[in-house]
Design a protein around this ligand. Sequence first.
Ligand SMILES: Nc1ncnc2c1ncn2[C@@H]1O[C@H](COP(=O)(O)OP(=O)(O)OP(=O)(O)O)[C@@H](O)[C@H]1O
Length: 587
Amino acid sequence: MADSPWRRLRGLGRHLSGERGPLALLALVVPLGVGLQLVAPEMLRRFVDGALSGSPDGLLLTVAAWYCAAALGQTALSTGGDHLAARLAWRTTNRLRAELVDHCLRRPAPFYQRHPPGELVDRVDGDVTRLAGVMSSLLLEVAAQALLVVGILVALFRLDQVLALVFAPFTVCTLLLLRRLVGRAVPFVTARQTSVADLLGFLEERLACAEDLTANGAAPATMRALEDRLGTLYERARRAARVSVRWPATVQGLSAASVVLALVVSVWLHARGQLTTGTAFAALSYAMLLRRPLLALTARFQELESAVVSVGRLAELLREHDGHPPGPAAGGPRPAAGPPLPAGPLDVRFDAVCFHYEPGEPVLTDVSFRLRPGERLGVVGRTGSGKSTVVRLLFGLHRPAAGSVVLGGREIRTMDVRALRAKVALITQEVHVFHATLRDNLAFFDRSVDDRRLLDALEQAGLTGWLRDLPDGLDTVLGAGARGMSAGEEQLVALARAFLRDPALVLMDEPTARLDPHTEELLVPAMERLLHGRTAVVVQHRPHALRHVDRILVLDRGRVVEHGERTALAADPASRFHGLLHTGRAA
Ligand SMILES: Nc1ncnc2c1ncn2[C@@H]1O[C@H](COP(=O)(O)OP(=O)(O)OP(=O)(O)O)[C@@H](O)[C@H]1O
């Protein structure tokens, strides 16, 4: 039962809290609508029996008028109910969307390696939209039709007990069958939706680097990979559709049988004089009405299956809490608020830190170093030696497997991630420019940051001249489809963001890797201003670019092979750093 589709759908209930008013209104509208549907065959019975027994025209007209009024009322209630349910569904699923986005925004780096953006978009939007469709109409329909089935059985019992005795077991068996059927296609629909998410992830990644792909002649390979994925998706969608349509056909057959059953039993009872003609008509009408819940459900069977799968996928995403650094190990104590970090530049300590991404593949082994407040460290080493990993650990993106990373006297794993990030700025070679104004790009959409601070940050980053050339100043829209920027300008905007936050520790991971030496030189004054008076860790491939650091740490295959004052190491021909400076190779 743990994975039952019904339980999955029921899990959404908590998102309905706060919607008591609309729910109460729905609870009134649904039974009223059902009641009016049940009244119609009764009106028919009275009309037919009245006409056959020669009742006065006035009475027949009154019955006909009530019949029309019931039909109109039922239509109005059904339209109102649909509208109410749709609004309720959108509000509820928007809450779920917000919860999902908030959850994703709080996840650490490994989460984004497991889930590419395209897949997350499919979950946050695709899955939730599928769910909204079900919640707005299908669930309401299920509730209304369940009530209708009960009402029909009661009405048949009132008409004739034999009719009720024939129909009750038939209906119960059909509903039990239906109950068993929902969920049969879930594994197939899950496979189909996983394929859709995979396809979206693939498209998002390939379209984002379309320029690189075409320039390197990778377009044909991309098309082949796309065809493979489309083939898999087609196959999975076909299997899901095959399972989903097999059962609705059975249910359609059963519902047709219910009408034949009503006809046979009514004719038989009528022939025995146990049923009036009007009652036989009414019984037939109720049998026809009984088809509706079955057909309504089966016609949207696939939709229901998809929604059940979506709920499962969303629950799975929300359950992902693993590897959320810096925090306690699973089951451990929550990080206490603890004393705040000291003001001013922070001291940094790595004590015998070991780290791996994959078990059995150490990336850092026994790494120790210490930086006093305001000291700047340059980290060099061959590609893959673990330089970026040092920075990621300091930014709290990962947790060390052993040893400790200490910042301002506090072990990082005991700190709240927000408190940590408020003090630390990370600048990498990847700068994301949002499709938004320069103001929002600098302040990360925080409208409380005043223009004076923004202009000051731009000046510190050396962007005042660039700002002057922008058509709308701080309100100029940047990013895709708007004002373009050079790689150097993007990097300077990243520096301006850092100035704005006035961090106590600056982490730089090859911030100039994408730039040519000339543009890199243009950035140096701004970088030196940012590092001035702050503790910093700067990862650089090009040791020449480390003029502004005090100390050097050389890594080799995850181990510290040299650590000391930059000037001393640069002057020592036996040092690895000297080798790197002069030959580009470590001694
Ligand atoms: N997310 C990850 N999952 C698994 N392995 C990883 C991950 N990130 C890095 N690695 C591996 O960890 C090792 C160290 O990576 P890191 O990025 O720290 O090296 P680096 O010295 O900064 O390299 P480069 O100079 O090329 O940027 C490499 O072997 C790399 O393949």
